[in-house]
Ligand binder design. Sequence first.
Ligand SMILES: Cc1cc2nc3c(=O)[nH]c(=O)nc-3n(C[C@H](O)[C@H](O)[C@H](O)COP(=O)(O)OP(=O)(O)OC[C@H]3O[C@@H](n4cnc5c(N)ncnc54)[C@H](O)[C@@H]3O)c2cc1C
Length: 388
Amino acid sequence: MLPDYQEIEYYDVLILGAGPAGATCALRLRDSGLKVLLLDKAVFPRDKICGDAVGGRSMKVLAGICPEAAEDIRALPEKTSSRRTRMDFGLKRSFEISWVLEAYCCRRVDFDNALLEGVKKYAPEISIREGFLVNSLEKTDQAYVVGNKTSAQYFKTRMLVACDGSQSFVAKTLNGSKIRLKDHAAAVRTYYSNVKGMEAERTEIFMLPQFAPGYLWVFPITDKISNVGFGMLSDSISRKKVNLKTQLQAFIQASPELRERFAGSEQLGKLEGFGLALGSHRPRMSGDHFLLAGDAASLVDPLSGDGISNAIISGREAADTVREAFAQQRFDAAFLQRYEKNLFRIIGAEMRRNTLIMRILTNAPALVKIGAWVLGFRWAQWVVRRVL
Ligand SMILES: Cc1cc2nc3c(=O)[nH]c(=O)nc-3n(C[C@H](O)[C@H](O)[C@H](O)COP(=O)(O)OP(=O)(O)OC[C@H]3O[C@@H](n4cnc5c(N)ncnc54)[C@H](O)[C@@H]3O)c2cc1C
């Protein structure tokens, strides 16, 4: 039973989840004068199953919000710059795309921890509770009561910003959201040491017809250690009855190049999997007194699987909406809809384009082969670079 609402500690803003979306939202609320609580069930540093590719817009947006926190991330010792991606479709020629923005491959255990440390250091007025699982959510007049049933600890908030990841408790509770196989992907990843032929500042993506529409990635974390993973649309996994756990090794063995490059390498740690909530559909992201950001709002790029950038952008946009809501004392669904409008003004066109390409790739594998062949030509690579 919930305690008397009057006695529960009150926060203007409660951010649930201290991953990239939540930590960015907290950083953006520094000096806002609002009483903010950031909650996470994990105690940091915590791992997050990921490819560890921190895309260009992540650093750009973070540097705009809190240059000191971005500087601390740049100073992390175990990471590599990412300037090029090699795409290999098992044809005669592979091709490379170069990136203009500052991007890294960095273990999430380090990246997310540095980001949360940034909140602690540069926004010390924000309260943080780690090791706090939220499993209770009640709407009261003008507020949400968020808490943990076992410890019977609850907090009351005027604005709930849910950044609690792809299995979001808040999205399930408030939106009744369920996994939509066509708009969801699953991937497994592990780490390897001493993969041969790794090049500095280069990430690699491989596709083979027998594993389509899935792909394998090899991302260098240091000059010795690589993040290696395989992912696929959940709809295809279900239709083709794919066992993701066996696909990674099977893929490596099926590719003459990878077989040779992984010979003598060593797998470090377990092979672990997790889901990606793709932005190929648009769930409700706001309502009376709440906003959803990052994976909780299904914002992973449906083509690249990049979710960190959009988590960071949505964390910033959520914070800006929260500031406006308090300035105007408007917490109703109609007012808060501006969050989605502003967010999709920034990422909408890219999401629509990449959703279209993803649907074509998954539904017309023959086009993938033709596309891969065309991409062997320099002019086609130039076009792709311009578009991406
Ligand atoms: C295998 C795999 C590979 C990926 N590779 C990449 C990649 O290379 N590059 C990229 O950009 N993206 C990648 N992604 C996507 C990326 O991991 C996510 O988009 C990103 O982590 C989203 O950030 P977030 O802050 O929204 O959520 P998260 O990073 O998931 O953070 C959510 C936080 O909420 C907390 N939480 C959850 N539920 C509760 C609760 N009930 N109570 C309290 N706390 C809670 C969790 O502990 C967690 O810290 C990958 C995803 C997967 C699964």
